[in-house]
Write a new protein. Structure first.
Length: 88
């Protein structure tokens, strides 16, 4: 089975085209330590701030896998504090 990378972005000093923000708060994210740091803010799925989004590939063109690496360098400071990746 042949594998083809259709998207790769390590956020080392910038973002590739195609990314956009939902309810961006520019003072709450930055490029640092060779990647993208986002300060998580309180919110729900329909009110989340600083959500980085991108259109997914067309699933009718075949199957694909997604691989993501996330580093959490700080411990939670409040009850229910969390971060995640949502596929929708």
């Amino acid at each position: 089975v042949s594998q083809q990378i259709i998207l790769e972005d390590n956020f080392a000093g910038g973002m590739d085209e195609g990314w956009s923000w939902l309810r961006e708060e520019p003072e709450k994210w930055r490029f640092a330590a060779g990647g993208l740091e986002i300060c998580v803010e309180p919110g729900l799925a329909d009110t989340v701030r600083n959500a980085l989004v991108r259109e997914a590939p067309d699933r009718s063109e075949g199957k694909y896998a997604i691989e993501v690496t996330v580093y959490n360098h700080t411990l939670p400071t409040q009850q229910f504090e969390q971060a995640g990746i949502t596929w929708y």
